[in-house]
Design a protein around this ligand. Structure first.
Ligand code: FAD
Length: 456
């Protein structure tokens, strides 16, 4: 059998190469470092963690734990190595980054079915099954080829993410439902601010601590999608003419247009979470929590996602990717990692695992169905392949992406802990059954009812 090509020896590419090889497929893995460095990597090792050494929560029943647990049960190389090189970090799974990368590099280089080539892949080879996992800092030449293949408008170079809050933690007495000028139903929740409330918010925002920008994160980009702290820097009223503009909105409690408004848009059809429209920002997470809780109705808000802005290369996954992570316009090409529209170390490993297994099935002539929708991995892939393509933003795993648990009495459904407990039990049960027979599930996307369509 001819070898398949994997481009990128980062988190997703290393996991994918391992899964392919363990399935009996020969792999040529292209990694351009050290010959061609990226602005963030510091070593020549495969699977280098570019920033934090934390793979997020290992607390039982958290969404990140659930995804990790599925990967452990699925024989993920990177999870096994991470567990072996864990360092004390409370409830998080943090690793000794050098030992972690060294152990992954050794495992990959010593695998008899993997050949590592330290070269940049500049072209996408036609006719050879290929998996591309070149990450947020994909080299310019390959990004240009991807753009040709996917369409100019379907490859992004930056993330601009606004925060998401848990609907259950909103104080509805302070909010009102309405769309601007009464158009488009009453889907939005609106938080009205008085002049003193706006001033307090504005002053806290002006003082809030920002995340340091990496030298390669070019501030020019922000002109097209400005963060709220930058708008605030431009003047006291700038936000009121931007994301906090009140025009077209009347507070039913006062019968008047408020001084300023924050709009909250539902994230999914269950209305279980809301996005703060236009509130992308680059503030440190504790600062975001403090400042955003000054918005009326958000006093006790739990944030499912904080705002972020950073350099990233990713495809418009819902438009381009099939459920096995192959490219619709070029089905011999599979995509994994940040490039596939997920966000975070574990999510990259997870998509690497899935794309590797799916590509192995393809070249070996086996059928392959995506993991069930009730699992963390199935939900993540469902999100990236089904979200709103018109304004796609990458996602971390969260319970918000999972469907509600089946057969939960109404009394328990209101209890978040109980609900999550059931979701985890159901996910792990269904994942185990799927691992036994990944080809026996309903094929393709038909087994996945359309649910969350996250947008911003
Ligand atoms: C600066 C920065 C900090 C981040 N910090 C965090 C964090 O703290 N926590 C977190 O969860 N996530 C973080 N992320 C997001 C993401 O989880 C990581 O970037 C993660 O490493 C991405 O995994 P990946 O496999 O998609 O890409 P990578 O791990 O970056 O791997 C891609 C590999 O492809 C190689 N490559 C690129 N182009 C080519 C080519 N043409 N030919 C051959 N090889 C090529 C690169 O050298 C690299 O080794 C961060 C991202 C960035 C950019």
């Amino acid at each position: 059998m001819e070898a398949v090509i994997v481009a990128g020896g980062g988190l997703a590419g290393s996991e994918a190469a391992w899964q392919l090889a363990e399935s009996g497929v020969r792999v040529i893995l292209y990694e351009m470092r050290p010959a061609r460095p990226t602005p963030a990597h510091r070593t020549a090792q495969l699977a280098e963690l570019v920033c934090s050494n934390s793979l997020k929560s290992n607390r039982r029943r958290s969404a990140s734990w659930l995804l990790k647990e599925e990967l452990r049960r699925a024989g993920s190389l990177l999870l096994r190595v991470a567990d072996a090189h864990a360092v004390p970090a409370g409830t998080a799974l943090a690793v000794d980054r050098e030992r972690f990368a060294e152990a992954v590099t050794r495992a990959i280089e010593e695998h008899p079915l993997i050949e590592v080539r330290r070269e940049e892949l500049e072209q996408i080879p036609l006719g050879t099954p290929t998996l591309i996992a070149t990450g947020p800092l994909t080299s310019g030449a390959l990004a240009a080829r991807l753009q040709e293949m996917a369409g100019l408008e379907n490859l992004s170079f930056y993330d601009s993410i606004s925060p998401i809050v848990d609907a259950e933690t909103l104080n509805r007495e302070r909010l009102f439902r309405a769309s601007r000028y009464g158009q488009g139903g009453e889907d939005y929740l609106n938080s009205p601010l008085t002049e003193p409330e706006y001033r307090t918010f504005y002053e806290a925002l002006r003082e809030a601590e920002e995340v340091e920008r990496h030298p390669f994160e070019d501030a020019k980009y922000f002109e097209s999608c400005l963060p709220i702290e930058e708008l605030a820097r431009r003047g006291y009223h700038t936000l009121r003419f931007g994301p906090m503009r009140p025009v077209g909105l009347v507070d039913p409690r006062t019968g008047r247009q408020p001084y300023a408004v924050v709009q909250l848009r539902p994230e999914n059809l269950r209305f279980s979470s809301y996005n703060l429209v236009g509130f992308q920002n680059h503030l440190k997470f504790p600062a975001q929590k403090r400042v955003l809780r000054l918005i009326p109705g958000l006093e006790n808000a739990e944030f499912l996602r904080y705002g972020q802005i950073h350099r990233n290369t990713y495809l418009n996954a819902p438009r381009l990717l099939a459920a096995d992570l192959s490219l619709r316009p070029a089905p011999d090409v599979f995509i994994a990692g940040q490039l596939s529209g997920v966000e975070g170390y574990i999510e990259c490993i997870a998509t690497g695992w899935l794309a590797g297994r799916a590509l192995a099935a393809r070249v070996q002539g086996r059928s392959f169905a995506p993991p069930p929708r009730a699992t963390a991995l199935g939900s993540l892939v469902h999100y990236i392949t089904h979200a709103d393509a018109s304004c796609y933003q990458p996602a971390n795993i969260s319970f918000d992406l999972l469907p509600p648990p089946s057969s939960l009495p109404a009394s328990l459904a209101r209890d978040r802990q109980q609900r999550r407990e059931r979701q985890c039990e159901q996910a792990l049960r269904e994942f185990a059954a799927w691992l036994e027979h990944p080809e026996a599930q309903p094929a393709g996307e038909s087994g996945w009812p359309l649910l969350a369509a996250r947008s911003s």
